[in-house]
Design a protein around this ligand. Structure first.
Ligand code: SF4
Length: 422
């Protein structure tokens, strides 16, 4: 058999990030070469100050670097400065973004303390008003942003697309000798809505470094097409998100597939994963998914990675699944403290493997790894530290012993980093 030599080396890296104009959102840089920012949105009634503060705090602790809250009426606008104040008292300075629809211009004018407390205003050009009122009300929000020195996100959403613009483009398309599909024209309308609105905001006096754009749709292929096109036509900072992604694994897969491809293309300065939580579910899941997406693709490091094999017929016990789950959970729970106590700990790699086939090899690649005994193997679990076999664990307390070894490894390696820095 002849193996062809490669014509060129294929690098295992994403395309270079598209150059965008950076926007400062309450101290967090979006675009302009800054790391891709993770953001999220609350689902509490903002007027319910206790619940909103609790959820923003939970999202922030989970790693959301920007949190958006709904500002839909006077009561919620009045609550915003109080939410801000309560967060400050908790020592949380996570920037808050106000999500406005229909009456944003009025709420910002009537509630100056809200306008001041927010770090960014989100405007949806599709529902800022109709006909002559649309431009006036859009301009009023932009003027507020100028007055209060805030950036805006012009967030187009295909569920609330500017119908006048869409109709105009559809009519023009119908007159073409070879009309494009309605789906393609809709994508064009989404892009144009974002670009026209950005141009208008700049004409009013808001500089480009205070404008972020988003153009969200709910279909994966449309999202990829829209953002690829949009990023070719502007250097505004881009917020990525698949709208109405859905629940559970469907929402996670659809978000990761679409945003993963765009990020690989170098597109996107901030991401939000719009998951529908299960009833009573944890809102912070969307932050976890966004972080895992960025980390698995190698863009950022948020927390130690646990590599675990999927298991197969060679390991019929659940010991290794339980251990992998336990280690993963411990890491997530301890991370807020570890982040402070052990600088650099997010770079840690742990491997928990089910049998001798790939166990020792994978464990050697990790910082610390264990190869548990598969079915019929001697009940012994070699542990590898920095690529070298150190001990072989035996007996009923293998899981606890390995957990203790991971904790010791973290203390020895990352505790020293801290000591050296002090
Ligand atoms: S490491 Fe062993 S148990 Fe795990 S998937 Fe591979 S063969 Fe199966």
């Amino acid at each position: 058999m002849t193996i062809q030599t490669p014509i060129e080396t294929i690098e295992a890296d994403p395309a270079p990030r598209r150059a965008t104009v950076g926007v400062d959102v309450g101290g967090v840089m979006v675009g302009g070469g800054a790391p891709v920012v993770v953001q999220s949105m609350t689902n509490t009634d903002t007027a319910d100050i206790d619940s909103t503060v609790a959820q923003v705090a939970a999202l922030s602790r989970a790693g959301s670097e920007i949190v958006r809250i709904t500002v839909d009426r006077d009561e919620s606008a009045a609550a915003v400065p109080k939410v801000r104040e309560r967060l400050e008292r908790l020592g949380m300075n996570v920037p808050l973004v106000g999500d406005f629809h229909y009456i944003g211009h009025k709420l910002l004018a009537d509630h100056p303390a809200c306008a001041e407390a927010l770090a960014k205003y989100r405007i949806n050009p599709g529902n800022v008003g109709f006909r002559d009122k649309r431009d006036k009300q859009f301009a009023a929000i932009v003027e507020m942003a100028i007055r209060y020195d805030k950036p805006v996100r012009i967030g187009v959403n295909w569920g609330s697309l500017d119908q006048e613009l869409l109709t105009r483009l559809m009519d023009a398309n119908n007159e073409q000798p070879v009309p494009r599909s309605a789906r393609a024209v809709t994508r064009e309308a989404i892009i144009q809505s974002a670009l026209i609105s950005a141009e208008l905001a700049e004409e009013i006096g808001l500089p480009k470094n205070r404008i972020i754009l988003s153009a969200k749709v709910s279909q994966v292929q449309d999202l990829i097409a829209v953002y690829r096109d949009l990023s070719r036509r502007t250097d505004h900072a881009l917020h990525l998100g698949l709208t109405e992604a859905g629940m559970g694994s469907k929402g996670i897969v659809a978000s990761a597939a679409s945003m993963g491809i765009l990020l690989q293309d170098g597109i996107g300065d901030t991401i939000r994963v719009s998951l529908t939580p299960e009833p009573g579910g944890d809102r912070t899941r969307e932050v976890q998914v966004a972080q895992e997406l960025l980390q698995t693709m190698g863009f950022r490091q948020f927390l130690p990675v646990v590599a675990a094999c999927p298991g197969c017929g060679r390991t019929t016990s659940t010991v290794f699944q339980e251990l992998a789950e336990k280690i993963q959970r411990d890491i997530r729970v301890n991370m807020p403290v570890w982040r402070e106590k052990y600088p650099g700990v997010e770079a840690l790699n742990v491997a928990v493997m089910g049998c001798i086939v790939n166990g020792p090899g994978e464990s050697k690649h990790a910082d610390i790894g264990i190869s548990l005994p598969g079915t019929g193997e001697t009940p012994a679990a070699p542990v590898f530290v920095d690529g070298k076999k150190t001990v072989t664990l035996r007996g009923p307390s293998i899981a606890e012993d390995f957990q203790a070894m991971v904790a010791e490894y973290i203390e020895n390696r990352f505790g020293r980093t801290r000591a050296a820095a002090e």
